[in-house]
Design a protein around this ligand. Sequence first.
Ligand code: CDP
Length: 325
Amino acid sequence: MSDKPEKFIDENGLRLDGRRVDEIRPMKMEIGVLSRADGSCYLEWGKNKVLAAVYGPRELHPRRLQKADSALIRYRYNMAAFSVEDRIRPGPSRRSIEISKVSREAFEPVVLTHLYPGAVIDVFAEVLQADAGTRTAAINAASMALADAGIPMKGLVSACAAGKVDGQMILDLDKAEDNFGDADIPMAITSEGEITLLQMDGDITQEEFKKAIEMCKEGCRQILELQKETLKNKFAKLDEVEIPDEEEDVSALVESTLEPSEEEEESDIPKIEDAEEDIIDDDEIDDKSEDEESDYEDVEIVEGESSFEDVDEAESPEDEEEETA
Ligand code: CDP
């Protein structure tokens, strides 16, 4: 790993890569990149490269995991072994389990899961190249993949992180700023301005925390513009597709999406439950990946006041299992 830079921000207020303190890294995205997924997105953000794939809604097996009144969202964040300087040990780690959990929760308030009782919506986020901010990059890509799959949502979710270096708040940390900086605060925000993910690693004051929220809101607004533009460009080409306006027709569409096709039943597409079976043994995870434990704390959001001091312990994977059981 490279050494800590002497200064992160120069006398002109510019960062090591030439960005202003409130500037996000260049981002580009493309949807519909995987033909076997129902929805997909490839996203580049600075040096981050992320691929998201969505499968579903489809009937959930085993049936005991089904929810009677809504669809289950499963989210798997994974870093490719070759995505970082030191090879990542394949398989789930504490860090990837935690990121998967908080990312799933970032989408639960926006996806209209009640339309698909008994179904599952699988979201896979694969980090191909990492340079800090991968959980937020993955959420941006997953949001687009869900939209590309035609999953009904209240709106898109956009995500970015704020942080602190040289005593100043900055937006969208790169790897050096993340590794050697004083704080890292990733957030996901819906198009209606609701914060659905908020974590914090580091020490900051209440004022700095407010500034971080402000900066992330502006960063997410810019990302949302790009997300909407990308969707418009794709769906503008689909003018000739007939959209049913009768309620009955829509429910027929919903039902038909839940019928597993023969192809799907025999599909060898990896399923998240397969991965989850591998992660039940907590001791094993300890052995495998102590060095991958996350520094983040899941911050409880309290309406009207800054709540970064009220930090909840992140739920354990066992809790999550109980939830889905
Ligand atoms: O990527 P994100 O900022 O969401 O998560 P992080 O845990 O704060 O990791 C920051 C960065 O550290 C990642 O994006 C990777 O570039 C790097 N990293 C690594 O090199 N090896 C790991 N096992 C985990 C993270």
